[in-house]
Ligand binder design. Structure first.
Ligand SMILES: Cc1cc2nc3c(=O)[nH]c(=O)nc-3n(C[C@H](O)[C@H](O)[C@H](O)COP(=O)(O)O)c2cc1C
Length: 357
């Protein structure tokens, strides 16, 4: 076996790492004096975060095109969709798919790479490898409820073993130079709501921020999130806490901030097809012309990032989200969802604008 294949953890190719370099942290008000410049809302160790609303990591949705739109409209930092530690370390070079999940625009900074895994050493090795792509922060996924993910011991399954969580954070913070954070749920099920124990294990072992989706692993979205748990964690730890779960409207966001004392609110479903939530504007307040203009822009970004036809195909799933709350457009919605060429897509959007005027 050659020396490269003996080394299980392949380094990035020089081309891969070159495409990520040179992005300074994006603080607003670069032209202002110290007094005029906005103050950070909170810090993730040495990384300032300017804002209290953040787009949630969402596999299949929070890709570079959508993240960068949300970041521009006010999301305060950019979490990537999660990459699996095994995928990262078992490839000599990252696959196009994994690499695509870790691409970002400089103006998205602070950028958080999210990783999911079960094996302690695999997580550390994978994190070291993706650190070469120069994210600002690396985040561990302790919340994914998917059977496929949990069966292997990753995602929310990690919550069942706080001692292991402690070891992973200790090793990660020792091995990485960027801050390490984690996104948790409240526990595995109603009988094991061990979020305080998990949060303590994280903080004591170097976690620089804790994001909390206030549900247990076995709770689906039909049951309300338990925001009081976010407040309990916030009171217990001294690192920043991001609250998450059921903050859909502007009123929800303000209420979560007040009721939990969290440093920022992470918005998932409320931001699907609705980047204006980061300007604190509710879905029903956005004029249809603006929505259609945003769909066109989103499509442009998707085509630039994924190429054709993939960009259009992946764009289609955003359409029902943008058109939520609009009725009597069944035929057009259906045609948009099946559309296979960009020109027709734009024509259908023209028709939609006419219909909803
Ligand atoms: C389609 C979808 C994909 C998701 N993917 C991820 C993910 O990759 N990593 C993660 O930590 N959470 C993921 N989540 C969970 C969200 O980040 C968030 O915790 C959850 O949706 C609750 O927030 P919400 O009530 O604002 O939607 C996903 C959620 C959805 C709906």
């Amino acid at each position: 076996m050659g020396s490269m294949t003996e080394v299980k953890i392949a380094r990035l190719t020089s081309q891969e790492s070159a495409s990520y370099r040179g992005a300074a942290s994006c603080a607003p008000g670069g032209h202002l004096t110290d007094e005029q410049r906005p103050q950070p809302r909170f810090w993730v160790r040495h990384i300032p975060v300017y804002g209290d609303l953040i787009l949630a990591p969402m596999a299949g949705f929070s890709d570079l095109p959508y993240r960068s739109i949300c970041r521009e409209l006010g999301s305060a930092m950019s979490y990537t969709e999660f990459v699996s530690a095994n995928t990262v370390i078992h490839q000599r070079a990252l696959t196009d798919r994994a690499l695509r999940r870790l691409r970002y625009k400089p103006e998205e900074r602070p950028v958080v790479f999210q990783i999911a895994g079960a094996d302690e050493d695999a997580i550390v090795e994978a994190a070291k490898r993706i650190e070469e792509l120069e994210p600002d922060i690396i985040d561990l996924n302790l919340g994914c409820p998917a059977r496929r993910v949990c069966a292997g011991g990753a995602g929310a399954a990690l919550l069942r073993d706080p001692a292991k969580v402690a070891r992973i954070f200790r090793k990660l913070t020792a091995a990485l130079s960027v801050p390490v954070t984690g996104k948790i749920r409240l526990g595995w099920d109603a009988q094991s709501r061990n979020y305080l124990e998990v949060a303590r294990a994280m903080e004591e072992n170097g976690a620089a921020l804790i994001a909390v989706h206030a549900r247990t692993r076995d709770q689906d979205y039909s049951q309300p999130a338990s925001w009081e748990a976010i407040a309990e964690i916030k009171q217990m730890v001294s690192v920043p806490v991001i609250g998450n779960g059921d903050a859909i409207t502007v009123a929800d966001i303000e209420r979560m901030l007040v009721e939990t004392g969290c440093d920022a609110v992470m918005v998932g479903r409320g931001a699907m097809g609705h980047p204006w939530i980061f300007q604190r504007i509710d879905r029903d307040q956005v004029p249809i012309e603006e929505k259609i203009a945003m769909i066109r822009r989103h499509l442009r970004e998707m085509l630039a990032f994924y190429g054709e036809p993939l960009g259009l195909i992946l764009m289609r799933k955003h359409i029902p989200c943008y058109l939520k709350g609009h009725y009597r457009i069944r035929r057009l919605r259906h045609s948009l969802l099946r559309c296979e060429d960009v020109e027709t897509f734009h024509r259908l959007l023209d028709e939609l604008a006419q219909t909803l005027k």
